[in-house]
Design a protein around this ligand. Structure first.
Ligand SMILES: [Zn+2]
Length: 146
């Protein structure tokens, strides 16, 4: 499951995504963060703008990235999906190294689990979620992992 995230929205490189996924984000650090207080969110992986890969949750454990969702008739996608966040936003292109890392990660996961059924957050929660957004180049990504 592919997402984008930036904290605060549209700003890259800060410590806040780490803090959000580790449950240590301080609601007072930015006005936007108050709305995130008490949310239980995490992802298995984050790919930063420079392509660095960060893992927060082991892939055999559940992460809380999908929310209310369904895919191919199955609800609660958190129960059976791996969440990968790209540091980004819906209105900004992703960085070159992010595609490289994502392709490498996908190949590693497919070597372990077999062919993955890959979707965006907007595919499993249409109307509610828009990420990874119009700038995510699916054709390029799929070509890199095929
Ligand atoms: Zn998402």
């Amino acid at each position: 499951m592919i997402h984008n995230i930036s904290l605060p929205p549209g700003e890259f490189g800060g410590p806040y995504i780490d803090q959000l996924f580790m449950g240590t984000l301080h609601p007072g650090a930015h006005p936007y963060f108050a709305g995130l207080a008490g949310l239980r969110v995490s992802a298995h992986f984050l790919i930063r703008r420079d392509g660095e890969l960060v893992q927060y949750v082991p892939v055999e454990k559940r992460a809380w990235h999908a929310g209310e969702s369904s895919w191919n008739g199955r609800a609660r996608c958190n129960d059976f999906s791996i969440g990968v966040e790209l540091e980004g936003a819906d209105d900004v292109p992703f960085a070159e190294p992010q595609y490289e890392t994502l392709a490498r990660l996908t190949r590693e996961l497919e070597a372990r689990f077999g062919r993955l059924d890959i979707a965006g957050h907007s595919d499993i929660a249409p109307g509610r979620k828009s990420d990874p957004g119009p700038w995510f180049d699916w054709a390029r990504y799929r070509a890199a992992v095929t």
